[in-house]
Design a protein around this ligand. Structure first.
Ligand code: ADP
Length: 228
């Protein structure tokens, strides 16, 4: 695979939901390509299908038709186990709410996924410390989530999402729960991390100012992904 090849592709993806007697066609022949190192904003109104798109892209759900290609591999016809393995290796998720483990420190929250991944504790701690440093919260390493501010919690959640060096970071309103100033700082840290690590990121956000700082913006219209 060439360096310029997309790391993530959606090919003619369809996704429908039944709501009572109606069928909602959320994605209807949607095409999209995320290139290596690219940061793309997904901006669309609530209910447009942003979360659905991210779940499909991250192999959490299967499309009704079409395919998702991650790192050159067509994932549509793979078994659930194969998809889970690809997701664990190649995809990092950040949500609006941090979902950190409350009984563990910030550092441990970033160490644990790496141990599950097979890393030795020393390496995992080294990387977790580095990531907390990038996110500018190294001083908070020993604190539990409840002892951190909302912005700090999201920084830890972002560090955790990239702990196993995924290819693609998918974020669903990662700063949606924060005040504008904090959102700006957290986004800055996220951006620095993505740029530094050469990650590719698709980030759903309502925040037009933050969206404007990414490489490009896309939106969802009539089930298609189009430039915004
Ligand atoms: P967004 O993230 O842009 O707010 P979503 O992807 O969450 O939008 O939802 C898009 C639409 O699809 C909404 O109308 C929602 O109610 C519907 N939807 C999402 N997931 C399901 C599901 N599992 N079953 C039925 N309807 C769903």
């Amino acid at each position: 695979m060439m360096a310029s090849d997309p790391v993530l592709q959606l090919q003619r993806v369809e996704r429908r939901f039944r709501q009572g007697t109606k069928t909602l066609s959320i994605l209807d022949g949607a095409d999209f390509a995320l290139r290596r190192g690219e940061m793309v904003a997904l901006v669309a109104p609530s209910g447009a299908g942003k979360s659905t798109l991210l779940h499909l892209a991250g192999l959490l759900e299967r499309p009704d038709a079409g395919d998702v290609v991650l790192n050159g591999q067509s994932c549509g016809k793979l078994s659930d186990d194969a998809r889970t393995a690809i997701r664990r290796n190649d995809v990092g998720f950040v949500y609006q709410f941090h979902h950190l483990l409350p009984e563990f420190s910030a550092l441990e929250n970033i160490v644990l996924p790496q141990l599950v991944h097979g890393l030795a504790r020393q390496e995992a701690e080294h990387r977790a410390t580095q990531l907390l440093d990038y996110m500018k919260i190294a001083k908070r390493a020993g604190h539990r989530p409840a002892e951190l501010s909302g912005g700090e919690q999201q920084r830890v959640a972002i560090a955790r999402a990239v702990a196993n060096a995924p290819l693609v970071l998918l974020a669903d309103e990662p700063t949606g729960n924060l005040d504008p100033v904090t959102a700006g700082y957290v986004f800055e840290a996220l951006e620095a991390l993505v740029r530094h690590s050469g990650l590719s990121a698709l980030i759903a956000t309502h925040n037009h100012e933050l969206a404007g700082r990414m490489d490009r913006k896309v939106t969802l219209t009539d089930g298609k992904i189009i430039p915004a």
